[in-house]
Design a protein. Structure first.
Length: 327
């Protein structure tokens, strides 16, 4: 049997060995199904795989990783063995790949590489077909290598969204990291009417690209609370008001250095679905000359200057209600 390839000299059943190679080379369910039962089960105590319960689902997941997310990847079979008493085959392997492809459910390509070790525990039925697989894998270690999440445990999409938003990329770039209806809130005057992450990322794009071109930000710290599925980012934004943007005063050519915190909630799939910003906006506005340190409301001061400089209703309407009275 070993000579003719029905079973390796190690005694590992042929279907188990062939399934291992078909799965690791990204053949998917079509390439794997002949070596297992149609309802073969799968389980793993690893975050990316926790919701996959069938071998069909896992083989397709591996196909996506090997063919789409990491084309050109490779694997190495380090060891294999078989326990006839429990009808269980064990495979110890190492997977290597670089994240260069776009795949739904994963962050944008990081162009970073992973080298990750794992073990498959495969049970075979009386006919030598695989009917159950358990994978033992430290997925967080692999994810940190490839840049999907930091060693701090902050979900990759939350971190990517932070950087995309602060650098003024707007909704076009940020939307891949969050749900389409992600909400936003802040107890800060300029942001009080913004209720969606879409609206906020576009507001930030205006500030970073148009209002304060050349602005910068610094990420001072980040952390993640797995119990509430919430990431926290503490940052500092720096910029000079040199550009014209509707809703803001004329350029003051003054600078701000303002601190803030984002509380970012992620859903079960790791996508951002809610952001809360904590920010003392009046302090920042005073720095850049948008409002006096007396904390005069920005809209009142902006309306005063627009009116007195002869801008008329077209400019003033941004700062008051449509039926504002005068006497």
């Amino acid at each position: 049997a070993a000579q003719v390839g029905w079973t390796p000299p190690t005694g590992v059943p042929a279907d188990a060995a062939q399934l291992f190679h078909a799965c690791e080379s990204g053949k998917g369910w079509r390439g794997v199904m002949q070596y297992c039962t149609p309802d073969a089960a799968f389980s793993s105590q690893a975050e990316p795989l926790k919701d996959i319960t069938t071998l069909h689902g896992y083989a397709e997941w591996m196909k996506g990783i090997a063919v789409v997310a990491m084309p050109g990847c490779s694997y190495e079979l380090n060891a294999q063995a078989f326990d006839p008493d429990t009808s269980t085959a064990t495979f110890f392997g190492t997977f290597r790949g670089t994240h260069t492809g776009h795949l739904d459910g994963l962050p944008a390509p990081t162009h970073k590489s992973m080298e990750t070790q794992y073990v498959y525990n495969m049970h075979l039925n009386a006919h030598g077909k695989v009917d159950r697989i358990t994978k033992v894998w430290h997925s967080a270690w692999a994810a940190a290598q490839v840049g999907w999440t930091r060693t701090t445990g902050v979900p990759a999409d939350a971190e990517h969204l932070f950087h995309a938003c602060e650098s003024g990329k707007g909704w076009q770039e940020c939307k891949q990291y969050c749900t389409h209806d992600a909400t936003f809130s802040a107890q800060a005057e300029p942001l009080k009417d913004i209720k969606t992450v879409y609206g906020y990322t576009e507001w930030m794009r205006g500030v970073a690209v148009i209002l304060m071109p050349g602005s910068s930000y610094e990420l001072s710290s980040q952390s993640f609370d797995p119990k509430t599925s919430t990431a926290t980012f503490f940052g500092t934004f720096r910029g000079m008001h040199t550009g014209h943007l509707d809703g803001f005063p004329a350029p003051t050519y003054k600078s701000m250095e303002t601190q803030y915190v984002y509380s970012i909630h992620v859903n079960a799939h790791g996508k951002v679905d809610r952001i809360t910003k904590v920010w003392h906006s009046a302090w920042a506005a005073a720095q850049v000359g948008w409002t006096a340190p007396s904390c005069v409301p920005t809209d009142a001061e902006n309306l005063f200057h627009a009116c007195e400089s002869g801008k008329g209703w077209h400019e003033c309407m941004h700062f008051c209600t449509h039926d504002a009275s005068f006497s």
